[in-house]
Design a protein around this ligand. Structure first.
Ligand SMILES: Cc1ncc(COP(=O)(O)O)c(C=O)c1O
Length: 429
């Protein structure tokens, strides 16, 4: 397992000084490396890759993935429009999600996406009815819920009965019956997505075997498919996980498909972008309480909710000392008598008014000082895309960095835009 490529501390510090904190920095060479490695691992099998936009939906990141030849897996009209705006063509877009709305489906039919991954019998009827109404065809796959335990966190496990995702295999006959009612639907594939942050190759293999078996049973009914989409889910290392090697992952997915004659589709998100991301934050204060030492920083659960939501642990990296140009530049002198350097377990927390607002708990470190910069690594996936405005906090800036250069790809949200949709609306019933 090779180490991720990191931007230098010097570059991260320059970015923080110039554009302020908290700031997300994505390191382009790392994303490009992951893209190349994934394609190489699957080079022996006909494969098409659709990046899961939900992991990080910034237009420039989508543009970078498009340059690498990746399509997009979307789950809402917002993601669909983003992917199109980034120049990803409709035939390179697949659409998953249990709650596709009428107008979302209509737009996706109109632009001619590659496939709807259909997640319920009613959704199937809705898409069928719209194809008739619009007199346009739609390619579909059935997203199967194979009832396989992904051995991951409950909130990100999606392939078991008891979750809302997909069509149970037992309902397949009924789905085929509905499918026959609509002449403009084309069943071109099967899909499944078992969950995220999966570390066991047998889980991926089981999914491949299941879909390959269903594909054969459809062939006996004279239904020839174009693809089997095995979703995303490959884990990255945040803490001490034993993650899979990408070649091992490729083997587990492709071996069961050998001989089926169908293409493999993939929908990776996390694995492509997570390790490129650094949430850079500045220490505001430190505080010793009778039970704990707190390091209070200017990032919070509103920028990175994974620790609060899943107990996720992001690697903490203290950036080499630099001269801060921020407004508490004299804080070291100001707090000298209160901020002592000691080693021990600390909680790094944000300014949000929740005790659940922590970025890491019981983390052993030499306590930093006000003004120091800390980066939370491996935060390129499900970081900014899950950010919120809670406590009326503007969304942070995002920066795309290369070896020696950096570009703002989303400016820090202005305060006024926090309420610009609320004032002078003047609409009433
Ligand atoms: C349908 C679907 N495909 C792909 C993904 C991407 O998963 P990951 O980021 O773990 O690769 C997800 C994430 O939840 C998903 O729901």
């Amino acid at each position: 397992m090779s180490q991720p490529l990191y931007p230098s501390d010097e570059l991260l510090t320059k970015i923080a000084d110039k554009w302020g904190t908290p700031v997300y920095v994505y390191y382009a060479p790392q994303i490009q490396r992951q893209c190349r490695a994934l394609k190489k691992a699957f080079a022996h099998y006909p494969t098409e890759i659709f990046y899961a936009v939900k992991a990080n939906s910034n237009l420039s990141i989508l543009g970078l993935l498009k340059e690498q030849g990746y399509g997009a897996d979307v789950v809402s009209i917002g993601e669909l429009e983003r992917a199109l705006a980034a120049g990803i063509t409709a035939e390179n877009i697949v659409y998953s999600g249990v709650g596709k709305r009428f107008e979302e489906i209509r737009r996706a039919i109109e632009v001619g996406i590659r496939s709807f991954h259909v997640e319920s019998l009613q959704e199937l009827k809705q898409i069928g009815a719209l194809t008739d109404q619009l007199s346009q065809t739609a390619r579909i796959s059935f997203r199967i819920n194979p009832d396989i335990d992904a051995q991951t966190l409950p909130y990100i496990a999606t392939g078991m009965h008891g979750t809302k995702f997909g069509i149970p295999e037992g309902d397949l006959e009924m789905a085929l019956g509905i499918y026959q009612e609509y002449s403009k639907l084309q069943l071109v594939g099967l899909s499944c997505h078992l969950g995220s942050q999966i570390t066991e190759s047998r889980v991926f293999r089981a999914a491949g075997e299941r879909l390959a078996r269903i594909c054969e049973s459809l062939r006996k009914k004279s239904i020839e498919l174009e693809f089997l989409d095995l979703g995303g889910g490959l884990a990255v290392q945040y803490d001490d996980e034993n993650v899979l090697d990408v070649e091992e992952y490729a083997k587990a997915l492709t071996e069961p498909l050998t001989g089926t004659g169908v293409k493999l589709f993939l929908e990776p998100g996390r694995w492509l972008v997570a390790e490129s991301g650094h949430l850079v934050t500045r220490v505001l204060y430190t505080k010793q309480t009778p039970k704990k030492e707190f390091i209070i920083v200017d990032a919070s659960m509103t920028e990175l909710i994974r620790p609060a939501l899943y107990g996720a642990k992001h690697p903490v990296h203290v950036l080499g000392k630099a001269t801060p140009t921020f407004d508490l530049s004299d804080s070291k002198a100001l707090f000298a008598s209160l901020a002592q350097t000691r080693e021990g377990a600390v909680d790094i927390v944000g300014p949000v008014c929740e005790s659940g607002d922590f970025l890491i708990q019981d983390h052993w470190m030499t306590s930093p000082h006000p003004g120091d910069l800390i980066s939370f690594r491996v935060s390129g996936a499900y970081g900014m895309s899950m950010a919120s405005h809670y406590n009326s906090r503007p969304l942070p800036a995002e920066v795309l960095a290369d070896k020696d250069s950096a570009l703002v790809i989303r400016r820090r949200q202005s305060l006024e835009s926090l309420w610009s949709d609320e004032v002078s609306v003047g609409e009433s019933l």
